[in-house]
Design a protein around this ligand. Structure first.
Ligand code: PBG
Length: 333
């Protein structure tokens, strides 16, 4: 080996970084609009639009405006949107019964988007928190979130959403056994082709704060979700959680939140090989926006670099509030 000086070989890593076209030739990962899933908040009414204060650039919109957003997403090559309903507090109760109403806001939103924008996938969140008066994802007795009783409700919630036309059912509740129960209920009711994207490793995270503002559960929630969502200190446990969901019939897996959990994403993709997604959650989005609003970071640069990081970690796709912004940048590049 020729040594130009002590400890310096003739290998020069910078050779492959000289020009844009060479860098492009040797680039390993690429972000594409087809990697993006756009979460959207839906409201009652017509022509309604409200800003979410803690999520600059994000609005809650009524179904008519939601349809316009779905069309935009499709036109920019985004394959899926994830819907989250903002339920009227008058319709909330201890048991979250409104979740099972086949004519609720969520089901009407699914039907309307499917009727008007048939060529985009709808990801429907399954959990009770938008519907319960206490803001928890399940039903509560003596301060305890009950597992099996909640699963009985979730399987019905999944079915009404699938019957409304959701392509993908995404249980975000973290109850044990819910994937098997939902799969069985869908299959028994001729919904065997409905896809399940499991929030397989979902951590009890402080980064969900702005989302809870957006759907209006923040003020109701008096206790944390640590008895069902995972402890951020745990890694081996995530493999057990995910293995169960795979065994129970999940088609796709999700890790949540995103950036602080990319080690989990990499492990999940490598170990299970299923289509693997991560949720770049509300607090992560809010941090980028806040720093950019202060002039401290370049938003587009930091946002695109963040999304590329998800791909490098092994993600097949990313749920992000920045999906449309990213798709626009990709199209203009
Ligand atoms: C609730 C749910 C949450 C999110 C998605 N589904 C919040 C929670 O678990 O309290 C968070 C998404 C985000 O922060 O962007 N089942």
């Amino acid at each position: 080996m020729t040594k130009t000086q002590q400890g310096f070989s003739n290998i020069r890593m910078r050779r492959l970084r000289q020009t844009g076209y060479i860098r492009e030739m040797v680039s390993e990962y690429k972000l594409d609009a087809s990697d993006l899933i756009w979460p959207l908040f839906v409201l009652e009414g017509a022509n309604q639009q409200e800003d979410v204060a803690s999520m600059p650039g994000v609005q809650r919109t009524s179904i008519d405006l939601l349809i316009e957003k779905a069309k935009m997403a499709r036109d920019f090559g985004i394959p899926a949107i994830a819907l989250f309903p903002v339920i009227d507090p008058k319709k909330k109760c201890e048991k979250g019964s409104e979740a099972l109403n086949a004519d609720n806001l969520m089901c009407r939103a699914i039907e309307a988007v499917k009727a008007n924008v048939p060529d985009i996938a709808i990801v429907a969140d399954v959990a009770l928190d938008p519907y319960t008066s206490h803001g928890h994802d399940g039903i509560i007795k003596d301060g305890v979130v009950l597992n099996d009783e909640t699963v009985e409700i979730l399987r019905q919630q999944a079915l009404v959403q699938a019957q409304a036309g959701a392509d993908i059912i995404a249980p975000s509740d973290m109850m044990d056994g819910r994937i098997a129960a939902i799969r069985a209920t869908l299959d028994e009711n001729k919904q065997q082709d409905t896809i399940i994207m499991s929030y397989a490793a979902k951590y009890a995270s402080a980064f969900y704060g702005p989302f809870r503002d957006a759907v209006g559960t923040a003020s109701a929630l008096k206790t944390d979700k640590k008895t069902y969502q995972m402890n951020p200190a745990n890694k081996a446990e995530s493999m057990r959680e995910v293995a169960l969901d795979v065994a129970e019939g999940a088609d796709m897996l999700m890790v949540k939140p995103g950036i602080p959990y990319l080690d989990i994403v990499a492990n999940v993709k490598e170990e299970f090989g299923l289509p693997t997604f991560a949720y770049h959650v509300s607090g992560e989005y809010a941090m980028l926006k806040a720093a950019a609003q202060n002039g401290w970071i370049d938003y587009d640069g930091c946002m695109m670099e963040t999304l590329l990081g998800f791909k490098r970690a092994g993600c097949d796709g990313i749920l992000t509030y920045a999906a449309l912004e990213a798709a626009k940048i990709l199209k203009s590049a």
